[in-house]
Design a protein around this ligand. Structure first.
Ligand code: PMP
Length: 355
């Protein structure tokens, strides 16, 4: 029996994907060779890359709309600077909703003026700011759709007259959005897509090539597009497992089906957090709550030892909150079955009975 895995990332992946991935490590496509010991230029691997790129666009509804999907390295953290390197000529506007937005802002400041249009830092990022003005002469607007650490999620995105850039690391492929509103989307694989080691970048080609600085090849989106996401040796295993997960998502009914299940899981847990007087949610406004990462606390620390031993004995993994928030965080990515959420809810009810 595997654990009920609420880890924030790297995190749970579909078990069928894990099985196929482990088989491919031994013998890929009946080649009598491992996936990780063949050339990335071989047809077998080029097909993997092309399939992964096309599935990513398909799931986002962005095929044949002028977008390119790339599987790059360096994590979402490299995208903090790569986005600015490629798009920032004079100034850019950023919404600061947490640790990852703050890091994106820090990197972008190396390239130009950054206008922080709003920040929820003064409330330890426990809400999403809504009232803000984006300067119309900014080169782009950057936001973070889901704040993995604090458990907030943007439900609405502003209408802008400039490229819309979004870090979707922790909620990509989890809900239906009009993705064509976005011009640059990036996401580390290690939540809803695959193992750590690759980052999905989806970029609308017509926003590129408009800045005056020279961009080093590895940091230039245009270079990666020109080489079909194979400018250098790609992280073959991470791309392959991402492809398998995207195929799994398609079999399950795609992003719409994932959203339905994610809503059910989140509603099951948040209903218990609100009902059970031993618990309180961390996020100030209910409409800002993340469907991916639910953050909550005990109303009295005196129950901590009892709660911790209950959930650990129930086979739950990864419920500790991030050190900057404390308390608990239940990450409910696409591959987490609703049965695992039910086990957590049952543990919360048991604590109440024993309380
Ligand atoms: N953005 C968000 C929203 C994240 O959750 C994370 C990682 N948890 C990052 C960026 C950084 O990603 P990486 O570790 O892949 O650089």
């Amino acid at each position: 029996m595997k654990k009920h895995n609420f880890s924030a990332g790297p995190c749970i992946l579909p078990q069928s994907v894990m099985q196929k991935a482990s088989e491919a490590v031994i013998n890929f496509n009946n080649l009598d060779l491992s996936l990780i010991e063949i050339s990335h230029r071989s047809k077998d691997f080029v097909d993997v890359m092309e399939n992964a790129r096309s599935l990513a666009l398909e799931h986002l509804g962005l095929q044949n709309k002028g977008y390119q999907a790339l599987f790059l390295q360096g994590g979402a953290s490299t995208q903090f600077l790569m986005a600015a390197y490629n798009l920032l000529e004079n100034k850019a506007a950023y919404l600061n909703t947490g640790t990852w937005s703050s890091k994106a802002i820090k990197e972008a400041k190396l390239f130009g003026e950054i206008i922080e249009v709003a920040s929820s830092k003064n409330a330890n990022f426990n809400y999403i700011p809504k009232e803000y003005v984006i300067p119309s002469d900014a080169d782009y607007f950057h936001c973070t759709s889901n704040n993995t650490i604090f458990g907030t999620q943007m439900k609405e995105f502003p209408e802008v007259n400039m490229p819309l850039v979004c870090d979707m690391s922790s909620d990509i492929f989890s809900r239906v959005l009009d993705f064509s509103k976005f011009d640059l989307i990036y996401a580390g694989a290690q939540k809803n897509m695959g193992p750590a080691g690759t980052t999905l970048v989806v970029v609308k080609e017509d926003i590129l090539g408009k800045i005056s600085r020279t961009i080093p090849s590895m940091l230039d989106y245009t270079v990666h597009i020109g080489k079909d996401s194979m400018f250098n040796t790609p992280p073959v295993f991470a791309v392959y497992v991402s492809m398998l997960t995207l195929e799994w998502l398609k079999e399950k009914g795609g992003v719409a089906a994932a959203e339905k299940l994610n809503n059910e899981k989140a509603s099951l847990l948040y209903t218990e957090i609100d009902r059970n007087s031993l618990f309180e949610g961390f996020v100030a406004n209910k409409e800002d709550r993340s469907n991916m990462n639910a953050t909550f606390n005990l109303t009295s620390e005196s129950h901590k030892d009892a709660f911790d031993s209950l959930w650990k004995n129930a086979g739950i993994n990864g419920l500790e909150g991030h050190r900057s928030v404390g308390g608990y965080r239940a990450s409910m990515y696409n591959a987490l079955p609703i049965e695992s959420v039910q086990v957590l809810v049952d543990v919360m009810k048991e604590l109440e009975r024993k309380g």
